[in-house]
Design a protein around this ligand. Sequence first.
Ligand SMILES: Cc1ncc(COP(=O)(O)O)c(C=O)c1O
Length: 385
Amino acid sequence: MPDELLRYRTEFPILSRTAYLISNSLGAMPCGVEDSLHTELWNTRGVRAWEEEWWMLAAQVGDEIGALFNAPQGSVACLQNVTTCQATVASCFDFSGRRNKVVYTDLNFPSVMYLWEAQRLRGARVEMVRNDDSINVNTERLLAAIDEETLIVPISHVIFRSAFIQNVEAIVEKAHRVGAYVLLDSFQATGTVPFDVQKLDVDFCTGGVLKWLCGGPGTAYLYVRPDLAKKLEPTFTGWNSHENPFGFEIGATRYAPTIYRFTQGAPNIPALKVAQPGLKIIAEAGVESIREKSKRQTALLIAMADRHGWRVNTPRDPERRGGTVSIDMPNAQQVCAELLKREVLVDYRPKAGVRFSPHFYNTDEELTKGIAAAEEILSEMKVGP
Ligand SMILES: Cc1ncc(COP(=O)(O)O)c(C=O)c1O
């Protein structure tokens, strides 16, 4: 059966020069990005660009992102990175009361761990649940740690090291049963693993566009459950979160009734413009089709790694596996550096190995080429001086 998704290959120039297997880190650049900056608007309309397009852009891009995970219109804010999004969430809460526990696991992405750890200074009790290995989250252990004193559970949806997909339903069920919020970091899911924030009933969801959404650096998103959004008042605030930013009122923030209440200062316009071509392609390709292909190609990678006797640090169950296969071969870090020189683009992470992340635009031949190149590098290492 022909692979329909390959029709998008011509939209991504780098695919003609490399085996681009690193969309877990930075998705390939669509050619539409060259024109997306619209410097013309700035050049010809000058400061009027703000009211003619720029002020509305963050909400518009937020809606384009939100459509990928069924967020209602107006429920997604665009900020600069995931850490800033989570800092905005943290700033909504007071940790001085009895319900002040923050519960997550040691497989979360470190940047957000540092952020939540730092909330200890504001009175938070942080409980980091340890897992037995670097692949799987021990869901039972995590559930047991969520109790009546838990305020929030900030978890990764897909684990960055292993691509393990968390049991979000069970975590939300337990958290809500005891009155805690769930913040889902879907950075490694959006664009490759379909999900629905309303069905999952998460309270917050964060992520960025630079990986699986091919949107480049500088745009991240924060979804806040609409009924909850109205009640929260982030202390990490600014004129853009004010109900009347152009009133330049003095004193405390009067919060905007819109998603802008979770933003701070002026939006990052170039990054928002750069994000749009990739978002359009992903929406058109469809995350469900991307997922089907991803399950097949990640299985193919696992089979090839097994054939070489390399350790696979990614779940074998396709339903629990996201878009990446982490393969730990001997000298994995050096192998990775050498693969990059040979135009096979992958990355290396400690406790994971070399991460191969095929996306909708990759051919099976590129996977074979990547694995064969790793094999060749290893054999050269053995016979080399
Ligand atoms: C799950 C996850 N969260 C967060 C980040 C990074 O967040 P930020 O946008 O703050 O750089 C990454 C980056 O690789 C990630 O994989």
